[in-house]
Design a protein around this ligand. Structure first.
Ligand SMILES: [Zn+2]
Length: 323
């Protein structure tokens, strides 16, 4: 059995998985319910409770921010993850659980999970974008997560510029994909164009009620809302095309709550990407919705390649999705 925990922007997700990647236990809890007192102590107590009674052989923590997976710690982050920056996370969990432990950026863990057990199984090069609080990205090439010369390699898909005249971004550049295409940004676009669909005031979830209501409205009365969706898809397509031009993947996997409405997103997105991405032959790259939902990052880090050679052979033998 393996243990995986995903410390995200809003929620903590954690589970125990068997060697086939099936969930034995899986829980999602609000991050704020773990914030009283010492955060790291709380996470460890929670991990011990969740894994109690199971024979755990390896574990991992997926976490937002700039993660040095070799050192097993967060180097830098903004917001609540800051509380864990600099701490020896891998050492603390390894001592507490008594098993090899991996720490990885959440988007990279998400992509690895989708490649091992989800939509990306069997692909040679898979790129992944998660449309959530921000836009996460990661790439798996030839059976290994792409890392780059510093820990940010491949994970900055949200910071591809799609508008040189766009607003400045905290990353230092401007007009980044994330500013237009995260679930948060999409929600703001919808609420500006269609105030009647706005979710509850004070709702801090990135999706809230607005986007589900919007997609329902698109399905019911397309013409009124289609222009807003089209503008979003135009922007998202630039991001996907840039990713394809950079990495030449077989597949781009899109995840995050927005993809619960993949039926509204994918047809228009595929049409735009096929028209704009230079591949041989044109239209070669599959654009697919993620298959593992909120489990992908926990699962990915639980089977992190640093833990053993277990995942090495997975890419060559695609198998049925287990979820
Ligand atoms: Zn940026």
């Amino acid at each position: 059995m393996r243990f995986g925990m995903d410390f995200g922007g809003t929620n903590l997700k954690a589970g125990v998985f068997n060697e086939a990647g099936e969930s034995i236990v899986f829980e999602q809890t609000p991050l704020r319910s773990h914030m009283q007192g010492d955060l790291l102590d709380n996470l460890i107590v929670y991990a011990l409770r969740l894994t109690g009674g199971y024979d755990i052989t390896a574990g991992g923590l997926a976490i937002k921010g700039l993660v040095d997976s070799k050192a097993g710690r967060v180097v830098e982050d903004v917001g609540e993850g800051n509380l864990l920056a600099g701490a020896d996370l891998r050492g603390a969990f390894r001592r507490a659980l008594g098993v090899p432990f991996a720490v990885e950026n959440d988007a990279r863990a998400y992509a690895w999970g989708e490649w091992c057990f989800g939509a990306g199984q069997g692909t040679e090069v898979m790129a992944c974008l998660t449309l959530g609080t921000g836009v996460g990205g990661a790439v798996v090439t030839h059976g290994a997560p792409y890392i780059g010369a510093d820990p940010l390699g491949g994970i900055l898909g949200g910071h591809l510029t799609i508008d040189r005249n766009g607003p400045p971004c905290p990353c230092g550049s401007r007009g980044c994909l994330e500013l237009f295409c995260s679930a948060t940004a999409f929600r703001a676009r919808v609420e500006e164009a269609h105030p009647e669909l706005a979710g509850n005031i004070g709702d801090t979830l990135s999706l809230g009620a607005t986007l589900p209501a919007f997609f329902e409205a698109v399905r019911d009365q397309g013409t009124t809302y289609q222009a807003t969706l089209d503008a979003y898809l135009d922007d998202l397509a630039f991001g996907v095309i840039n990713i394809i031009h950079a990495f030449g993947p077989d597949m781009v996997v899109l995840g995050g709550g927005v993809m619960n409405s993949a039926d509204c997103i994918l047809p228009g997105l595929i049409e735009r990407v096929d028209a704009g991405a230079w591949t041989v032959p044109r239209g070669r790259v599959d654009i697919a919705a993620a298959a593992l939902g909120n489990r992908a990052a926990s699962l990915g880090v639980a089977f992190h390649p640093s833990l053993d050679g277990h995942a090495e052979s997975r890419g060559s033998e695609p198998h049925e999705s287990l979820f």
